[in-house]
Ligand binder design. Sequence first.
Ligand SMILES: Nc1ncnc2c1ncn2[C@@H]1O[C@H](COP(=O)(O)OP(=O)(O)OP(=O)(O)O)[C@@H](O)[C@H]1O
Length: 266
Amino acid sequence: MLDVTGLQKIYPGQHGEVEALRDLTFHLGDGELACLVGPSGCGKTTLLKCIAGLMRPTGGTVELAGTSVTGPPPDMAVVFQEYGRSLFPWLRVRQNVELPLKEKRLPAKRRRELSDEALDAVGLLKSAEAYPWQLSGGMQQRVAIARAIAYEPRVLLMDEPFAAVDAQTRADLEDLIRTLWKRFSMTVLFVTHDIDEAVYLGQRVLVMSSSPTVIQDDVSIDLAGERDQISTRGEHRFAELRTRIYAEIRNASQSGTAQAQEAGKD
Ligand SMILES: Nc1ncnc2c1ncn2[C@@H]1O[C@H](COP(=O)(O)OP(=O)(O)OP(=O)(O)O)[C@@H](O)[C@H]1O
């Protein structure tokens, strides 16, 4: 479904260029839910922006179902962490959710059905007529998620979407993402700093390492079979998976540092 090949991104800067991504390659299968973890500044947001067609990579390619991504693809939705800025303050919650559906040229009745369903799924149907600025940060984030879900995307990209919500809401939203992913058979790439969240959500965890801004390595840990047998985080098997991921991240960062030291010798 999604093929990222040899991706490179170099930002120009007043104090020299910053290489945010170097030779990054991975594949996401149709209907897969993968989590991407990595230290701050390793290029996760840059990667998502390139995949979403919001930023041109310096090198390499992104392909969605075999078609090269050169601008925002029509069947992709993105939820960034700066949710407050992504909602239009002069539009009511429902209007925010329905706005992208107008681009799809859906009739008003269908738009209303989809927005009702999505707002209900995130527990905000009662706030449909409110303005975003009347809601808390966590509620605004749920509106952003409802807007993405209502769009019925084939691919959903999420960049630390729950970073600013309280623990209980976060747990509820994680369950919601898994439910919706199963119901709509979406392909999901979910960026998080939280390893527990990655283990809980993902069928696969992609680990990016950095030193400090260049990706040196990426590791893919397949959880599919094991994850699906786990229903709560309290289980012993969940702790085992978490320990495995931490070990992989340590390995990835050590090999990243070693590669960076090698590169520094050149
Ligand atoms: N517009 C920009 N101009 C110059 N450098 C940038 C720009 N955006 C990001 N960078 C740099 O590129 C690197 C990767 O940034 P990016 O935001 O993609 O990392 P990240 O892994 O998402 O970080 P975090 O986990 O903190 O959100 C960083 O060194 C950052 O400083």
